[in-house]
Design a protein around this ligand. Sequence first.
Ligand code: CLF
Ligand code: SF4
Length: 503
Amino acid sequence: MMELPVIGQGAGEAQESGCSTSGCGGSSDQLSHLPAHIRDKVHNHPCYSEEAHHHYARMHVAVAPACNIQCHYCNRKYDCANESRPGVVSELLTPDQAVRKVMAVAANIPQMTVLGIAGPGDPLANPERTLDTFRQLSEKAPDIKLCVSTNGLALPAQVDELCKHNIDHVTITINCVDPDIGAKIYPWIYWNNRRIKGRKGAKILIEQQQKGLEMLTERGVLVKVNSVMIPGVNDEHLEEVSKVVKARGAFLHNVMPLIAEAEHGTFFGVMGQRGPTHEELQNLQDKCAGDMNMMRHCRQCRADAVGMLGEDRGDQFTMDKVENMEVDYAAAMERRAEYHATIEANREAQKTQSGESFIALSPISVKKKETRPVLMAVATSGGGVINQHFGHAKEFLIYEASMTDVRFIGHRKVDLYCSGGDTCGDAESTLQKIIRTLDGCEAVLCSKIGYEPWEMLENVGIQPNGEHAMEPIEDAVAAVYAEMVEQGLADTDKGQSRLQVGA
Ligand code: CLF
Ligand code: SF4
């Protein structure tokens, strides 16, 4: 097998491998009941397949500045919250610049399989710029999947154009199907050259979203629905949204937490509207999961994000750098195809290996029936393996292990504990914050960990574990769970630890 280059932040940390994912609706394995042509469509899409996001990257090009609605969680100076976390886009691109940038990234990041347009405004409120970019790319870079994210208002009018350009993944942000709730989220929409406020505007938006969703699914386009969970506004309503969009053919539902800070200058931020806790988000995702495939690995990316989900390599591909890159795209396509074949071979090999980890649990399950599920945090820089130092992790993936499966349930962002140099003086308080972020977890799996964090984690009842470096994540989580079961640490009558971090 060809050797794969490093894809994470730390040299030598990331090696390609794979993991089979159980329990996450977004995984390819979970989608094995679907027809082959649909499985093929999602197999290497890092958003539509949870498993694929360990191996493949996406990029966004910020070609769409205008928007046709106002959301209470958005400030035009910041990225579209449909598909991004707050933060201005670095550069607004013309379609020609965007195409050049995509080809440069594809030639340099062979994991990049998907190009998405997701802002900074609404792509379909800027149809010429968006469609020109897609049209050029479908000709010049035919090995890249095209993807778009929209609020849905202009969608019915653009469905046929999107289909012409081979766009077969569309995300619609649908926060409600009830106009009274919509009026609390959308102060106005711009429709037929008029600003329409309140309930009336929300009703039109909802009708257009539902119509667009149906039109796309009738044409065989895969539709993902994103919903922003806003506690006290639409949180209790989103189960209903999940049912409705599934009935109309949506493929995947991505319930994302509201991001609202006063400094973003958004209505919700300024009004002190809070976002959901990790627990509230997970509970809602679990409730919706009864009706729908759920996405749990969304990173709420910027509208100009580049790289694996959770990383941003945008500063390596600013237009001044891209203009100086010579790209032989035909040669790059050949290299990419070879690289993808190697990833796929490794994914297959790892799947065979992963099946064996659960066999190890079977004899224990006969003896130990009274066990409870356990949450574990994992440090990884990609490839589906435990390959990151605790101190280098910018986020942890959270898995729930039980006697029946290992389930991916989300990720939690953290402040970097060890950034080296002068910032280390603040390490203790940063470490305390990280430990708070891991609330509810009972083990942390990483490639290495220092003595100080080890001790602090142990003191609050989280077991650090560096014994499974470079092993597939799910195998490692299953192995640690098996040990906990054997030691009686996962017995039903042994409660989950609660954190007592510092003062
Ligand atoms: Fe981009 Fe969105 Fe396509 Fe993915 S992102 S347009 S479907 S290629 Fe993905 Fe980013 Fe979440 Fe979006 S992690 S914000 S779901
Ligand atoms: Fe902002 Fe996106 Fe909402 Fe438009 S659709 S207001 S850009 S979050």
